[in-house]
Ligand binder design. Structure first.
Ligand code: C2E
Ligand code: MG
Ligand code: MG
Ligand code: MG
Length: 292
C-alpha cells in the first residue's frame, strides 16, 4: 500500500540523515582528538624518525638515507605520516614537528658518519614550514650544531609547492641553495606537472613517484613515462632517484635506462635509527649484473 511505502521511505530518509549527521559528528570528534593528541606528541616523545637507505642502483652502494616520520600513538599504535602530516600542516604544528625531524635526523646521521659511514640525509619539508620559521639561517644553524656539511643535506618538496609559483617560494628555495643544500622534487610526475618550474626553481634532483615504478615492465605507458623522465633528467643534468623499487627486475630496467639512484623495499624498508645502524653493518652491496 502506497501510504505505508511513503511513510517507510520518509522514516528511512530521516534515519539516514541521522546516520550521516552522527557519522560526520564522529569524524569531527576523531579529528579533534587526534589533533589534541598530536599537540602533545612531541613533548610526550611519541614521534620517531625512521630511515630508508638510498642506493646507487648499479653498484648497490648506499648513498644516503631519507628521514621518514612515524608516530607511536599510545592507543592507536603506529600511525603513518600520511595520516597525520596533513593535520600537522593545517594546524601549523608542522612548524615544531618539522624542526624536530630536521634536528633529530641531522644528529643521528652525523653520528653515523662520525662512526665511519658517509651518508647524505634527505628530509621532507612542507610548504607550510616556509611561514613557520624554516629558512636558510635556521637550517644552517642546525647543520652547524651537528657538524654536518650543507652538501650532505637534501630537502624534498612536493610539486604542489612549486605550482603556486610565487616569488616568495623561489626566494625561499634559493636561500637553501645558496647554503649548498640540495633540493629535490618529490613524487615527481603525480602533480599537475608544469615543466617550466624545473627552470624557474633551483632544484637539482627529481624523485620519480612510486606509482610509475610499480607499473614498470607491466604497463607500456609507465615504461615510456619513466624513460622520458630519465632522458629529460639527463639532459637537464638533474639527479634522479626512483622511489618504491621492489623487484630486481625494476632495478635492472632502471639501471639499464640510466637511472642511477633508487630506494625501495628491494633494498630496505624504513627503519628506526638503531636498526638502520645494524642494517648498514650487515649490508653487502650486490652489483647490478646486466645481460649482454
Ligand atoms: P615520500 O617522501 O614520497 O616517501 C616515500 C614513501 O614510500 C614512504 O612512505 C616509504 O615508506 C614508502 N616506500 C619506500 N619504498 C617503498 C616500496 O618499495 N614500496 C612501497 N609500497 N612503499 C615504499 P611513508 O614513510 O609512509 O611516508 C609517506 C609520506 O609522508 C612521504 O612520502 C612524505 O611525503 C610524508 N612524510 C614523511 N615524513 C615526513 C616529514 O618528516 N615531514 C613531511 N613534511 N612529510 C613527511
Ligand atoms: Mg620524500
Ligand atoms: Mg615520494
Ligand atoms: Mg609522498
Amino acid at each position: 500500500n502506497a501510504d505505508l511505502a511513503m511513510y517507510k521511505a520518509k522514516q528511512s530518509g530521516r534515519n539516514q540523515a541521522h546516520f550521516f549527521t552522527a557519522m560526520m559528528q564522529e569524524h569531527a570528534n576523531q579529528r579533534m582528538t587526534l589533533e589534541q593528541d598530536l599537540r602533545h606528541a612531541l613533548e610526550r616523545d611519541e614521534l620517531e624518525v625512521y630511515y630508508q637507505p638510498i642506493i646507487a642502483g648499479n653498484s648497490g652502494h648506499v648513498q644516503g638515507v631519507e628521514a621518514l616520520l612515524r608516530w607511536h600513538h599510545p592507543e592507536r599504535g603506529l600511525i603513518p605520516p600520511d595520516q597525520f602530516i596533513p593535520l600537522a600542516e593545517e594546524t601549523g604544528l608542522i612548524g615544531s614537528i618539522g624542526e624536530w625531524v630536521l634536528e633529530t635526523s641531522c644528529a643521528q646521521v652525523s653520528r653515523l658518519n662520525k662512526e665511519g659511514q658517509s651518508l647524505y640525509l634527505s628530509v621532507n619539508i612542507s610548504e607550510r614550514q616556509r611561514d613557520l620559521g624554516l629558512d636558510a639561517d635556521a637550517v644552517s644553524a642546525v647543520l652547524e650544531h651537528h657538524d654536518l656539511k650543507p652538501e650532505w643535506l637534501l630537502l624534498e618538496i612536493t610539486e604542489g609547492l612549486l605550482l603556486q609559483d610565487s616569488e616568495e617560494t623561489v626566494t625561499w628555495l634559493e636561500g637553501f641553495k645558496a647554503l649548498g643544500v640540495s633540493l629535490a622534487i618529490d613524487d615527481f610526475g603525480t602533480g599537475y606537472s608544469s615543466l617550466g618550474y624545473l627552470k624557474r626553481f633551483p632544484v637539482d634532483t627529481l624523485k620519480i613517484d612510486r606509482e610509475f615504478i610499480r607499473d614498470l615492465n607491466t604497463d607500456r605507458y609507465a615504461d615510456s613515462l619513466v624513460s622520458a623522465i630519465i632522458s629529460m633528467a639527463a639532459s637537464l643534468e638533474l639527479r634522479l632517484i626512483a622511489e618504491g623499487v621492489e623487484t630486481d627486475k625494476q632495478r635492472l630496467t632502471l639501471v639499464s635506462q640510466g637511472c642511477c639512484y633508487m630506494q625501495g623495499y628491494l633494498f630496505c624498508r624504513p627503519l628506526p635509527a638503531a636498526q638502520l645502524k645494524q642494517w648498514l653493518r650487515e649490508y653487502r652491496p650486490s652489483p647490478c649484473i646486466m645481460e649482454p
